[in-house]
Design a protein around this ligand. Structure first.
Ligand SMILES: Nc1ncnc2c1ncn2[C@@H]1O[C@H](COP(=O)(O)OP(=O)(O)OP(=O)(O)O)[C@@H](O)[C@H]1O
Length: 259
């Protein structure tokens, strides 16, 4: 239970992350009940005790249909750090995310998670992947979709209703997912990040289709995730409001190390 779990990757503190999310929710929705006032202190204890987690890629190459798409990609992200991946259409941003997530094989090089301990043994097991497709069934209700993903992913955090409130979809849980607008669908997909915990978020154009207010709220969610020791890699054509994010520009050959 450590969505916003600091470097608590090695030393989980049950309930802390949920408390933090809920206090964050309170910032946006003032009438929410106050939860666990000592969340920050507990997170600090977890930070002090926890082993540092790092997501490292070395000389990573990826291909599609047998053709090289990118080569020589490297990065080193500590807990709390983010990387924005930019570049023109077709540069290989989505391919890179899928390689990191373990959905495509690496053509060369490697990506690994150091310090994940027994609970987070691999990058794939430690990651939420939010792709262009939202991976929801249109005929199922919003709540049924999220319950499926929570059961599938395990590590439950926020309840479905709470997660939907966090993305501004409170009260729409009963609607078939297919009834939602494009932006609402994206917001429901973002709620998947909140119903189960993963320290690494791999996000492909996460704010595509979102209105300005939703963009800002999602930026805040990412910042809270980072503050608590999460790692974010986001491919994007739009500013994401991630201050201090490392950057990786794709489309050159080979791709440079992020600065
Ligand atoms: N299944 C596939 N088979 C063959 N080629 C593919 C496949 N999927 C993608 N490609 C090619 O791989 C290259 C990289 O695609 P990718 O989707 O990673 O780019 P991108 O940088 O994410 O683009 P965009 O900004 O448009 O989302 C493109 O030239 C694309 O045509």
């Amino acid at each position: 239970m450590r969505w916003f779990g600091a470097n608590s990757f090695a030393t989980p503190t049950a309930g802390v992350v949920v408390a933090h999310i809920k206090s964050f929710l309170e910032e946006f929705q003032r009438d929410k009940t106050q939860f666990c006032c000592d969340a920050k202190l507990l997170r600090r204890i977890a930070l002090d005790d926890g082993e540092s987690m790092r997501l490292i890629a070395e000389n990573l190459s990826g291909e599609r249909g047998g053709e090289a798409v990118f080569a020589g990609v490297g990065f080193d992200l500590a807990a709390g750090e983010s990387l924005t991946v930019t570049g023109p259409n077709g540069a290989g941003k989505s391919t890179l995310l899928r390689v990191i997530a373990g959905l495509l094989p690496t053509a060369a090089g490697n990506v690994r998670l150091d310090g994940g301990g027994e609970e987070w043994p691999t990058v794939a097991a430690s990651s939420h992947y939010l792709g262009h497709q939202n991976a929801m069934k249109t005929a199922l209700s919003v709540a049924e979709n999220l319950r499926f993903w929570q059961d599938f992913a395990g590590q439950p955090q926020l309840g479905v209703g709470e997660a939907l409130e966090m993305v501004g979809l409170g009260g729409l849980d009963h609607l078939p997912y297919g009834y939602l607008s494009t932006g609402q669908r994206r917001r429901a997909a973002i709620a998947k990040l909140l119903v189960s915990y993963r320290p690494i978020w791999l996000l492909d154009e996460p704010t595509a289709g979102l209105d300005k207010a939703s963009e800002a709220q999602f930026s805040a969610l990412m910042r809270v995730h980072l503050e608590d020791g999460g790692i974010v890699i986001a491919a994007t054509h739009l500013p994401l409001g991630l201050e201090g994010a490392k950057t990786l520009e794709m489309g050159g050959s080979p791709s440079p190390m992020p600065c």
